[in-house]
Design a protein around this ligand. Structure first.
Ligand SMILES: [Zn+2]
Length: 334
């Protein structure tokens, strides 16, 4: 596990910040696209501290006077957008649906209060502390998009054209992917997870599969997933097969008349070895059941996650990690 101090060069105009933290939540990838004195950043990290680390890495490769003047959020989850406020004056672009979704996402102050109230002797408390306790959300200001679109939007970055393509609802209601045709690059956001079981809040899973097909239709050489290492079309295809297999299994259990908890237990017992965060199978089941049962109300994130943890208690670490565990991170308040 490591927080990168340098960006990985994909080509001389495209770089990726790839935190290597399999099996945990919140460590998302970011991509820097630059040409001439222009630079666009796809997604911002979860905390101000992580965003400062990313910015230092970015300014090692950006030639002066290039500046990050455009930020794109692939979706409204905090691990892809809480760092927006660390780019004052930048244009922040996302979909209309993402801007609306931001209103129902928990804000940094709510997450901070939630973590403050977590008790390590309680199952969900231990889970949240283990996976989110390392993040310091204090002082973060929720910074929404300043420009939104539906469908497609082309954004010039120096000589490059960057295409933003709305593919939601899939992982969330308003997902977008980013295509740089000159580099053969697609940034997938969280429609694509590599290394761990994915989590999808909006669905249906068919939407995730269709979004991945849209990625493949762009014929990319390199795909940056929302979480995990860089991949190519072959890995995107295997991921689509995995998601389709999970979807088919959920549909079959639903057709047999099992309720969401019974179906979740079976999915959890059939998990594929080697994939981290397998408790998320219960979240995927709940998401898909909401569509199969035509329930309109949105998922309550914490409630769905608490159920997943209750059904998969073996997934919860034995001891909670302390709240702040990054090297150089300021000391926890006393
Ligand atoms: Zn994410």
């Amino acid at each position: 596990m490591r927080i990168p101090t340098h960006l990985a060069e994909i080509d001389p105009r495209v770089y990726a910040w790839l935190p290597d933290f399999p099996g945990t939540w919140g460590m998302a990838n970011c991509t820097l696209i630059t040409s001439g004195s222009a630079a666009l950043l796809v997604d911002t990290p979860y905390t101000a501290q992580l965003t400062h680390l990313l910015k230092s890495a970015a300014y090692q490769v950006l030639p002066p006077p290039a500046e990050i003047s455009t930020v794109v959020n692939t979706h409204a989850n905090g691990d892809h957008s809480y760092g927006n406020g660390e780019f004052p004056g930048a244009e922040i672009i996302s979909t209309d649906a993402n801007l609306r979704h931001l209103c129902v996402e928990p804000g940094p102050d709510q997450l901070e209060a939630l973590l403050d109230g977590c008790r390590p002797d309680d199952l969900i408390g231990r889970y949240l502390l283990a996976h989110f306790g390392r993040y310091d959300f204090r002082g973060l200001r929720l910074t929404p998009p300043t420009r939104t679109f539906t469908g497609r939007l082309e954004v010039p970055v120096g000589d490059l054209t960057v295409e933003l393509i709305e593919v939601g609802p899939a992982h969330t209601v308003g997902d977008l992917i980013v295509h740089v045709p000159d580099s053969g690059l697609v940034c997938a956001g969280d429609v694509l997870f590599i290394g761990d079981v994915p989590v999808h809040w909006a669905g249906p899973l068919e939407g995730v599969i269709t979004a991945c097909q849209q990625i493949l239709d762009l014929n990319p050489g390199v795909v940056v997933p929302g979480h995990g290492p860089l991949v190519g079309p072959k890995e995107v295809r295997s991921y689509m097969e995995y998601v389709a297999g999970v979807r088919d299994r959920i549909h079959s259990l639903h057709a047999q008349g099992l309720d969401v908890e019974e179906a979740s237990r079976i999915l959890l017992s059939e998990r594929r070895p080697g994939l981290g965060l397998w408790e998320r199978l219960a979240v995927l089941t709940a998401t898909e059941y909401r569509h199969l049962d035509a329930l309109n109300e949105p998922a309550l994130l914490l409630q769905v996650l608490s159920t997943a943890v209750r059904l998969a208690p073996e997934s919860v670490p034995g001891t909670a990690l302390p709240r702040y565990t990054f090297p150089g991170q300021r000391h926890p308040r006393s």
